[in-house]
Design a protein around this ligand. Structure first.
Ligand code: ZN
Length: 103
């Protein structure tokens, strides 16, 4: 069975640029997460660095490595596709652990 035969959309983390909470009652949604690993160290990055936290901390919510851009935390399937917009809020070079990129 295709994945989206039973799911109507995805639920993204409610980061600073996600504008509204969604009523997910009765919806069958896939949980969408992005995990970041250092390209060199293979280390799992979970939190933003101190200087990015100061900058991002001015927005609502907890600063996260990936900030999703959406009207609601639920993105519905449209024409068989899901479009997810996000940006990175902190880069491996901030952390000075030897990574120059994410995996
Ligand atoms: Zn940073």
């Amino acid at each position: 069975m295709p994945l989206f035969a039973v799911h109507t959309g995805i639920k993204i983390p409610s980061t600073g640029s996600v504008k509204n909470y969604a009523d997910t009652t009765g919806a069958t949604l896939l949980d969408f997460r992005i995990r970041l690993y250092g390209a060199t160290t293979k280390r799992h990055y979970e939190t933003v660095c101190e200087s990015c936290e100061k900058r991002e901390g001015k927005k609502k919510g907890t600063p996260s490595l990936v900030d999703f851009h959406a009207e609601r935390e639920v993105i519905e399937l449209k024409d068989g596709k899901i479009r997810v917009q996000f940006r990175f809020c902190c880069y491996p070079k901030c952390h000075n652990l030897g990574d120059t990129g994410y995996l």
